[in-house]
Write a protein that binds this ligand. Sequence first.
Ligand code: MN
Length: 296
Amino acid sequence: MSVVIKVSNTIMKKMMATYPTNRKLPNGAVFASKITGVSITGYKSGKVLFQGQLEEQEAQRWDPSIQTNKNYVPDDKLYHSSVLGSDEVGTGSYFGPLTTAAVYVPEEDIPFLEQLGVKDSKKLSDPEIIKMAKKIIKKFAFHVVNIMPHDYNRLTKKYNQAQLKAISHNFVLLKVLNKIKPDRPDHILIDEFISKSLFFKYISGQPATISTSTIFKEKGEGYHLSVAAASIIARYYSLQSIDELSASANMTLPIGSGQNVDIVAAKLIKEGLNLDLFAKLHFANTKKAYQIAQTL
Ligand code: MN
C-alpha cells in the first residue's frame, strides 16, 4: 500500500528534518527514510511517497485532507481498480465537434490497454488513434456524445462551454453505468477541466446525475487507463467527423484555432458555405474570418 502527497518546498524541508535519510536514495529523491511501519521518500518534484502498513496515518500528518476525505483513494490503488473514466476533445478546435467519451475498464483488462500502448491521445498519431480505438471499441463498454457544430452553436446559446462539457460527461458516464449493469465500477474518474464543485453545480439541473464520490484528476489518463481509452475513442470520433466536414466543404479543415484556421474559414465564407455547420461560432476566429473574407 502507498500514498502520494504533494508538498511545498517549506514542508519538504521540514520533512527532511523529521525523516533523516537512513536508506539508499532512489533516482530523483531528496530524502529516503524508514521508520516503524512506513517508508517515506521525498522527491525533487515535491511528491512524497509513503509505503507500508501505517502509510495513511503518517501521510495525514502532512496532508490533513487525507483524513477528512472519506473518498480518498491512493493513486496506485486507483490505477489498479475497475474504473469508469471520461474525457473530451474538440474544446480548443474551431472546426469540428465537441466529442465526449466514457469507457469502463475492469481491473483485469488494464494489462490489455498497457500492451496496446494506450496513453494520452495527444501523444498519438492519427493512424495510431484509429487502430487503438477500433480495438478499444470492440472490447469495452463505452458511450460517446459527438456534438456537431450546428448543435454545438445552438447549445452554447444556452450553456457556456464548460457547462456543456459537464453535461456531456455526466451523460456519457450515466449511459455506460447503465450498459454495464449489474456490474459497477469501483470508481468514476473524470479528466478534470473545472473544479468538482462547479461541475456538480453545472449538472444540477439534469434529470440524473453521477455520484458525488466521482474523482476528478488533471491529466486523468495518468491515474487510470480508462481515461486514456476515453480520450482515444473521443479523438477517433472527432477525426471521423472532421473528415466528413472536410469532404462536404471540399477543403481540409485544420485542427486548432490559429491563423490558418481563420484563412480556411474565410474561404468557406467566400464559397457561400454556412460556417454554422463547420465551426464553433463563439470563437474569436469567426470575426477574423469575416474580416479576411472581405479581402478575398
Ligand atoms: Mn481532457
